[in-house]
Ligand binder design. Structure first.
Ligand code: AMP
Ligand code: MG
Length: 403
């Protein structure tokens, strides 16, 4: 059985090998959050485009602004003002943050370090050449590449694109990810379940996880545990780049997903991983579609999506596969887990000072969604570890959607 690291590597290798050419589209900078760039973004001019003052104060010739010296203030420059007149020796100009420093001036003295009386400005300390000025072109040259293909667009990247006038961005199209839940007991969220039925929460968590990963969910509802129903719905799912199934991959008599996939010509790369929850996770390819069969217990579905589906969505989005958001924390409550499988336990991490302290939450196993909704991370107990004591260092997998 593969470890979860080996299983992730298998996903990455197979998707890198088997993906088709990347489709692209022009996306408005207002809508491009979470898209992956497919084309370079370059500067349209130098940045800053003029010698920019970073303070409210006085533009001076540094050598003239010495302690207790006085200069006559002859003008005022606001941000956005056109500046052509050079600074005349023996004078200073009042200047605002973001305004262009006049030719001839080589320093800006903060207003807090001056005293003004009418036109006369007295300086408290010596000005240093260059102080409080960002020289033209020092952040970027004209035509310089600021953002490269493969970069995921977050708020700072979008602001940078906006700064250089890239209002439309050539991005990779989001991969379409079909979501199909299975199970005779599963009813849709807006339906009243019978006494022994359950609502389809997995399709909801999967759709959210697909969106967070940068994919576009395609909702296919639920298929009952019958070969013919499964075949029809799975065939529909195989029209998309990725198909994610929940349920029907364990050892039960009605766990038929693998059988149907095999009938449809699927090739499997793994059908079990040494983790709990999530051991029966399946990954394969059917036609051109990457298929994930995730176990149906809700926490298993969520964990296995984070571990195995996210890297596939990354690669199909034109990005590289993100590393898992694993960090080290101190254990706040002792644990004793069965060895042989890596455990992912719902947990809460808190930062007290610099050291994160983590505690596993009480839970009823992989069906306990409420426990996961109280968690902000998974505490990872390695397969060979078992006993973990208070104060030990343990890895935690952050829930980036809530932290
Ligand atoms: P399975 O993997 O099909 O054996 O299902 C394992 C457990 O997960 C069972 O208790 C199911 O009722 C539950 N389950 C399966 N599918 C869903 C779903 N779509 N939403 C919520 N729970 C589910
Ligand atoms: Mg089932």
């Amino acid at each position: 059985m593969l470890t979860y690291e080996q299983a992730r590597r298998t996903v990455i290798e197979q998707v890198e090998k088997g993906r088709g050419p990347l489709a692209t589209a022009n996306i408005s900078v207002w809508d491009a959050l979470g898209f992956v760039l497919a084309e370079e973004v370059k500067t349209d001019r130098e940045y800053p485009p003029f010698h920019r003052s970073t303070r409210d104060g006085y533009a001076v010739i540094a050598a003239e602004a010495t302690p207790s010296s006085t200069l006559r203030c002859v003008a005022e420059i606001k941000a956005g003002d056109t500046v052509t007149q050079p600074l005349v020796p023996g004078t200073c100009v009042q200047i605002m943050t973001g305004a262009a420093v006049p030719p001839g001036a080589d320093a800006v003295v903060m207003i807090e370090h001056t005293n003004r009386d009418g036109d006369s400005v007295r300086f408290e300390r010596a000005a240093q050449p260059g102080q409080n000025i960002v020289p033209r072109g020092s952040e970027a040259k004209c035509g310089e590449t600021l953002l490269s293909p493969g970069i995921r667009l977050g708020y700072a990247e979008l602001a940078l694109a906006a700064q250089v006038g890239a209002s439309q961005l050539r991005c990779a199209s989001k991969p379409r990810v079909a979501i199909l839940s299975t199970g005779d007991e599963v009813v849709s969220v807006d339906q009243e379940p019978g006494a022994f039925q359950i609502r389809n929460s997995n399709s909801v968590s999967l759709a959210a996880q697909v969106q967070l990963a940068g994919g576009e969910p395609v909702l296919l509802g639920n298929a009952a545990d019958r070969i013919d129903y499964l075949r029809e719905k799975i065939s529909r799912g195989l029209l998309e780049e990725v198909l994610v199934l929940s349920g029907g991959v364990s050892m039960g008599k009605y766990d038929l997903v693998e059988t149907v996939l095999k009938d449809l010509g699927a090739e499997f790369y793994f059908d079990a991983v040494a983790i709990r929850p999530g051991k029966p996770a399946v990954f394969g390819k059917c036609g051109g579609t990457f298929v994930f069969g995730l176990p149906g217990n809700p926490v298993s579905t969520m964990v296995t999506f984070e571990l195995f589906v996210v890297p596939a969505v990354d690669l199909l989005s034109g990005a590289s596969a993100r590393d898992l958001p694993l960090v080290e924390a101190r254990l706040g409550g002792a644990l004793n887990e069965k060895q042989g499988l890596a455990h992912f336990l719902p947990a809460r991490v808190e930062w007290r000072g610099a050291t994160p302290v983590v505690k596993a939450l009480p839970w009823q196993g992989s069906g306990d969604i409420a426990a996961l909704a109280r968690a902000n991370c998974f505490l990872v107990v390695a397969a060979d570890r078992g006993q973990v004591n208070i104060g030990d260092s343990v890895p935690i997998l952050l829930r980036k959607d809530v932290i």
